[in-house]
Design a protein around this ligand. Structure first.
Ligand code: SF4
Ligand code: SF4
Length: 254
């Protein structure tokens, strides 16, 4: 998760991109370095990335995590984060890169979509999300020699990052508020958070065992949506974590 309570370290040395500031960039098969960067990456997989990717691949979350993810923790917060597991060969290729490019292109993770823009986010004193956006210019990337011109807004819209960012900010906010109120995530909560965020297909089974969903007395329409639509379920899982970890029931009243 690049979003955090403080700015991502990689952003500290880069000047922020201002609204409306233009840059040139293009990434396509005609660029000389095409595919060159899809290897040996520390590529974060966020909760919405996992849902989108595993749905596209037709995998259960258990199979997806086993094949494609490495689990870690977000610094000293104790909260779980995932990275895409790179190949074991000498080049450590991304498991999704091929001669023709990215085999999961319409479903690629947020980090691949947003590049060359990096985003850091945190909460201000009123618990409102503040973001910082920077342009990451890497010497090997020839995309900056292309003629297509973008602003931050047009690039992020083109890359359809809206839902990714919404879920990322909710998770960042949960982590930041938990740290402030209770400190790092206790060991006995780690599995719960990991399942809620990265294995939403397992949540109905978990809820059934504890009869948790019934206790929340959701409206029939909302409960039906949570049960039938995994994107709604991920959003609800964040509500549920806010209630379970922070005692904040407000989100459940929507
Ligand atoms: S997911 Fe696709 S775009 Fe991202 S690193 Fe892998 S091959 Fe490249
Ligand atoms: S190095 Fe830049 S232009 Fe080349 S494939 Fe990667 S993102 Fe695209």
């Amino acid at each position: 998760m690049s979003d955090s309570d403080s700015e991502a370290p990689c952003l500290e040395d880069l000047p922020p991109l201002m609204a409306g500031e233009a840059f040139r960039f293009g990434c396509h098969p005609e660029v000389a370095c095409f595919n060159a960067c899809c290897r040996d990456l520390d590529l974060e997989l966020h909760p919405y990335d996992v849902l989108v990717l595993r749905t596209a691949l037709g995998l259960s979350s258990t199979d997806f995590l086993e094949r494609y993810a490495v689990t870690a923790e977000l610094g000293e917060t104790g909260f779980p984060v995932l990275q895409l597991a790179m190949g074991e060969g000498p080049e450590h290729l991304c498991p999704f890169v091929g001669e023709a490019g990215c085999s999961v292109y319409p479903h690629r993770p947020a980090a691949c979509r947003s590049y060359p823009i990096a985003r850091g986010a945190g909460l201000d004193e009123h618990d409102q999300v503040q973001e910082r956006l920077c342009l990451v210019r890497e010497a090997h990337c020839r995309g900056f020699e292309q003629l297509s011109q973008w602003t931050v807004q047009s690039w992020l819209e083109d890359q359809r990052l809206g839902e990714h960012t919404k879920v990322d900010d909710r998770y960042m906010s949960l982590v930041a508020r938990h740290l402030r109120q209770h400190g790092p995530l206790p060991a006995d909560r780690k599995l719960l958070v990991a399942v809620a965020l990265y294995q939403v297909d397992r949540l109905p089974e978990l809820w059934a065992r504890r009869d948790s969903l019934a206790e929340l007395a959701l409206s029939p329409a909302r409960e039906a949506a949570v049960r039938s639509d995994e994107r709604v379920r991920l959003d609800f899982a964040l509500d549920w974590l806010e209630l379970t970890l922070l005692g904040d029931a407000a989100a459940l009243q929507r």
